[in-house]
Design a protein around this ligand. Structure first.
Ligand SMILES: [Ca+2]
Ligand SMILES: [Ca+2]
Ligand SMILES: [Ca+2]
Length: 249
């Protein structure tokens, strides 16, 4: 419930404050001023159960307005914005159905290149092509360096809301990766907008049709996190157009 209210407010945050006529349930005593300078008016805060006198209602270090903007819960001290800027786009309605094509993927947890623990379902809401690889795969690295540019080209060309994800399930010694693996790999490929995710539990091989080889694995997730197609092998940007043509256009 709070989630849908937060989404609504995040989407309308730039609109003018609601008038009494628009919000008959708004208490007459609330303020249209942003007294605590957190980006929200007193009336908006009261409607969401937030504290109009505290910029950070849940005391987690992130101001209320910033939490709404990143789709985080300003009433949950255990949830804040991701440092890398990913939105918390989990709609709260997903249910994992299995590990085969056609299933909704499990909500796996990774560590990103900013050191945050990240839930896979927070990347819902747009088409995602997951690039599943290891730190030791040199040929994969060359392809990984192109992903951001390919994604930008594809989005500009088609208008489809799309983004890559890069998941590392082994480090350079073929051991389980750590957060440091993600940091190093992101720096090596020059990632700026691409989520680079260390699969520290090595769960991606268990919870997708990809069995770990040949590298790299690929899985296309729908905006509802359904694994619509998974495959293996090197390819270029043409692969992105071809697979999206089959599923998203
Ligand atoms: Ca506040
Ligand atoms: Ca907060
Ligand atoms: Ca919070």
């Amino acid at each position: 419930m709070i989630r849908s209210a937060l989404l609504f407010l995040a989407l309308t945050a730039c609109a003018s404050p609601p008038s009494e006529k628009d919000s008959p349930t708004t208490p007459a005593s609330c303020s249209d001023a942003d007294d605590d300078a957190d980006g929200l008016t007193g009336c908006e805060e009261e409607e969401l159960g937030l504290d109009p006198a505290s910029a950070d209602t849940d005391g987690d270090g992130t101001p209320d307005g910033d939490e709404l903007a990143c789709l985080s819960d300003p009433l949950d001290a255990d949830e804040t914005c991701y440092a890398c800027g990913w939105l918390r786009s989990d709609p709260g309605t997903l249910v994992s159905t299995g590990s085969a094509e056609g299933d909704t993927v499990a909500n796996l947890t990774f560590v990103d290149q900013c050191g945050d623990s990240v839930d896979l379902w927070d990347f819902a809401g747009q088409w995602r092509l997951a690039f599943l690889t290891t730190q030791w795969c040199g040929a994969c690295l060359e392809e990984a360096m192109e992903l951001e540019a390919w994604g930008e080209t594809y989005r500009a060309d088609t208008g489809v809301d799309f983004g890559y994800l890069l998941v590392l399930f082994q480090d350079v010694w073929a051991e389980a990766p750590t957060g440091e693996t993600a940091v190093d790999y992101a720096a090596e490929i020059g990632a700026t907008t691409l989520p680079v995710l260390a699969d520290t539990e090595q769960a991606i091989v268990e919870f997708t049709p990809f069995e770990g080889s040949p590298l790299p694995g690929k899985c296309l997730f729908s905006p509802e996190m359904v694994m619509v197609e998974c495959w293996s092998g090197h390819s270029g940007i043409e692969e992105l157009y071809e697979v999206m043509e089959r599923h998203a256009r």
